[in-house]
Structures are given as structure tokens and as C-alpha cells.
Design a protein around this ligand. Structure first.
Ligand SMILES: Cc1ncc(COP(=O)(O)O)c(C=O)c1O
Length: 414
């Protein structure tokens, strides 16, 4: 009897996004900075940081970009920029990196956890149910390069007079109906950590179109804010607040980030092209639906998630995929406690119980919502049925065809 011919025959090359694209250009950029140690100063007139920020504002058509040390810091700038802090609630989604919630804690606000839907980002209907008189902002996270339901969230934020902030840390380069993701909200954040579409090792960018919002966010990032605020061509301010943390970025990271930015479009052209091939090869689904995207042309193409119709299908579907050589697990499964799921954010349930001064819930006058590990059952249900294929530029059209064949065969047999 001849051996069964699996769908997956071609090995998937090792690869990734930004880190994988690093070559002599980044090395040269770092060397250039180090050969002239005077250039290590972040606030020199022609600094790498300023040049990166200028390129970003021009590229995205946004008024302000501030390069900082991480995506978490950039999110804290987004919040602080609009005066969000102690006594305020911020709605974040139950499926995002814990850092989205950490940024709220950083500025003294309390995160309120809301359900996701099949967009794998905030469910606008659930957000509305969780709004209280304390709510000041909504943060939507665009998971794995796919922008969430921005149109509905904008309407909702407007209706309730809330700030809308976008955590675009995983969606650098995405667009939403033709505009760079983020630019139509009050503020948005990128991360340039190792895992992101472009990287400089660690880094982040805070973006806003709002003058006062930028200044407030800048003061969140720089203890000597009043010494350098004019460096941003911003003019003198009458900012009387104490500046807060120090999220200052550095020239070496900025030099790397500037090179990486020149590679972004090329990488995304590849991932988007690959995803289109994968989708075009899929038969009409029987047991699953694709992750919802408001604008499929705008997503990064770095991920393809399928959501099974019901939980009973999960084990048989997974088994059939494995028979085809494709090993995929659900985003939420006992096998791996994914820290992108609220259930595993232990800090939420502990609430800094023995550190009463350090955490916003424990202070007089704070809002103190109840959290529990089952509070977003819909999120857990959706993620327990979601299987994700990560796509990177070193993959090939043949890989996409084989993955699609594996899915088609599994779907046909279950
Ligand atoms: C969705 C999301 N938000 C925020 C962050 C925080 O970024 P950083 O690690 O640069 O602080 C990350 C990073 O993994 C992320 O994926």
C-alpha cells in the first residue's frame, strides 16, 4: 500500500518580519552613530530620533510622532496625553498583550476588560455595556496585523464622549479604508520590539494629531520635558505639570528603526501577496469562518486565522490537519497559557493586594471593579476555536497552496 501523501510537503523556511530583515544596512547605521559619539545625544538638532519622527509624520500624515523606549510606554503617552489617570476607567480588550492593561496602570487608570468578537478585537456591543461614569477611553488592539472594528468604535466613542486610542503595536503598516491605521483616532501606539513588523530590538512610537495631547504625552515620557519641548518645533508651552516617567529613546535604536522603515513596504507586499494566495486556494468553508476584517486590503497579511463554528469540531479538525502535516493549536487551550488572554493576567486578580499604595484599585476614590477569570466567556469561546497561521516573507506561494490544501481536506473530512 502506498504511503499517504500529506498536503504539507514543502518545508516552511525559517523567517520572520523585522528581525529577519536585518542586514548590513542596520549594522552600517549603528556604526555611523557610534563613529561619531557626539551623535549619541537624542536632542541634537539632526538626531536619528528626530529624523525618524519626521519620516513617520510625513509617511503617516499625522502631526506628531514621539519615539520612545517601548510600545507600553507609547500607550502610556497616549493615555496621559489626554489627562487620563487616577479615578478613570479605560476599556481594553480581553485578547491583547497584557501591556495594554499595564499602560493603564502606569498612568493610574483602571483597566476594564471587554469581550472580543470574530474580528479578534473589541466587540463594540460589549464595550457599550461596560461604559460607566468613570470611563474615559477605549483602547482597541489590532491583533496580528488585522485592524479591528474601527468604524463602529469611532461612532461609539463619539456617542459617549470617550477618547479612542489604538494599540497598533502588532499592526505597523496596516491601513483602514485607505488611511494608515490609527490616524483618525485621538492617539495610537506602535511597538518596535523583537516580534514586531519592524524592530530596533526595543522601541515604541506615540502618535497623535492633537497639540495638547502630544505635549501631555511627551511630558509623560520625559522628566526634563520643559528643557526640550521646544526641540519639537512646538513652541513654548505653559505646561505646569511635573513631567513623569523617562521613556526616552536612544539614537542607536532610532538609527536601526530608520533602516527598518525602508524595508516595511517590501515585507508587507510579500505577506499580503502570500495571504491572498492562501485565501484564493481555500474552498468555501463548511466548519469554519475566517477572522472578520472590516477592510481586508488594509491588513498586514502576517496572519490568517480561521474560527471553527463550534467547539466540538476543534479536536477532530486539529487531528485531520495534523494528518496533513499541519500542526495548529487553538489560541486558547490548556496546552499553552497565552499571556495575550486576560485569563492569564494574574496581576488583575491579585490587584496589588499587599501593596496598597502602588495600584490604582487600592486607593481612596478609585473605581474598583470586580475581575474574575471567567468574566469574558465569549472571548474564551472564540479563542478556543481559533486557529492561526503566521505568515512571513520567507514563506512561498507553494507553502500557501499546501496550507490551503491541508485546511480544505480537513474541512472536507470533519
Ligand atoms: C498588542 C501589544 N500591545 C502592546 C505591546 C507592548 O509593546 P512593548 O513590548 O514594546 O512594550 C505589545 C508587545 O508585544 C503588543 O503586542
Amino acid at each position: 500500500m502506498s504511503e499517504y501523501e500529506q498536503a504539507i510537503k514543502t518545508p516552511i523556511a525559517d523567517g520572520g518580519m523585522g528581525w529577519y530583515a536585518i542586514d548590513q544596512q542596520e549594522i552600517d547605521a549603528v556604526t555611523r552613530v557610534l563613529k561619531n559619539p557626539k551623535d549619541l545625544f537624542r536632542y541634537s538638532k539632526n538626531s536619528e530620533c528626530f529624523r525618524l519622527e519626521k519620516t513617520l509624520t510625513e509617511r503617516l500624515g499625522v502631526k506628531f510622532a514621539l519615539f520612545v523606549n517601548s510600545g507600553t510606554s507609547a500607550l502610556a503617552c497616549c493615555l496621559s496625553g489626554f489627562g487620563i489617570g487616577f479615578g478613570d476607567e479605560v476599556i481594553v480588550q480581553a485578547y491583547t498583550y497584557i501591556a495594554t492593561a499595564s499602560a493603564c496602570i502606569e498612568v493610574g487608570a483602571v483597566p476594564i476588560i471587554a469581550e472580543i468578537d470574530e474580528s479578534l478585537a473589541l466587540d463594540p456591543a460589549d464595550v457599550e455595556k461596560r461604559i460607566t461614569p468613570y470611563t474615559k477611553a477605549i483602547i482597541v488592539t489590532h491583533m496580528q496585523g488585522v485592524p479591528g472594528r474601527l468604524a463602529q468604535l469611532r461612532t461609539l466613542a463619539k456617542k459617549h464622549g470617550l477618547y479612542l486610542i489604538e494599540d497598533a503595536c502588532q499592526a505597523i503598516g496596516s491601513t483602514y479604508h485607505g488611511k494608515p491605521t490609527g490616524v483618525e483616532s485621538d492617539a495610537f501606539a506602535w511597538s518596535l520590539n523583537y516580534f514586531k513588523n519592524i524592530t530596533c530590538g526595543e522601541g515604541g512610537v506615540f502618535f497623535t494629531n492633537n497639540d495638547a495631547g502630544f505635549l501631555g504625552g511627551y511630558f509623560q515620557s520625559e522628566p526634563a520635558g520643559m528643557m526640550w519641548e521646544n526641540a519639537f518645533d512646538f513652541g513654548a508651552s505653559d505646561m505646569h505639570d511635573f513631567a513623569k516617567g523617562c521613556y526616552r529613546a536612544n539614537e542607536i535604536s532610532a538609527a536601526v528603526a530608520r533602516v527598518q522603515l525602508t524595508k516595511l513596504d517590501g515585507m508587507l507586499e510579500k505577506t499580503r501577496g502570500l495571504k491572498k494566495i492562501l485565501l484564493s486556494e481555500l474552498d468555501a468553508p463548511k466548519n469554519y469562518a475566517l477572522q472578520h476584517a472590516d477592510d481586508t486590503d488594509g491588513e498586514c497579511g502576517t496572519s490568517c486565522a480561521i474560527i471553527l463554528n463550534d467547539s466540538q469540531t476543534y479536536e477532530p479538525f486539529k487531528t485531520e490537519l495534523a494528518k496533513e502535516g499541519l500542526n495548529l493549536g487553538a489560541a486558547y487551550s490548556a496546552a499553552f497559557p497565552d499571556r495575550h488572554i486576560y485569563k492569564y493576567w494574574n496581576a488583575l486578580y491579585y490587584k496589588g493586594a499587599d501593596k496598597p499604595h502602588n495600584y490604582p484599585w487600592n486607593r481612596d476614590g478609585a473605581t474598583n471593579p470586580h475581575y474574575d477569570r471567567e468574566m469574558c466567556p465569549r472571548t474564551l469561546d472564540i479563542l478556543s476555536r481559533s486557529l492561526r497561521i503566521a505568515i512571513h516573507p520567507a514563506m512561498t506561494p507553494q507553502n500557501m497552496k499546501e496550507i490551503a490544501l491541508a485546511i480544505n481536506r480537513a474541512d472536507g473530512r470533519v
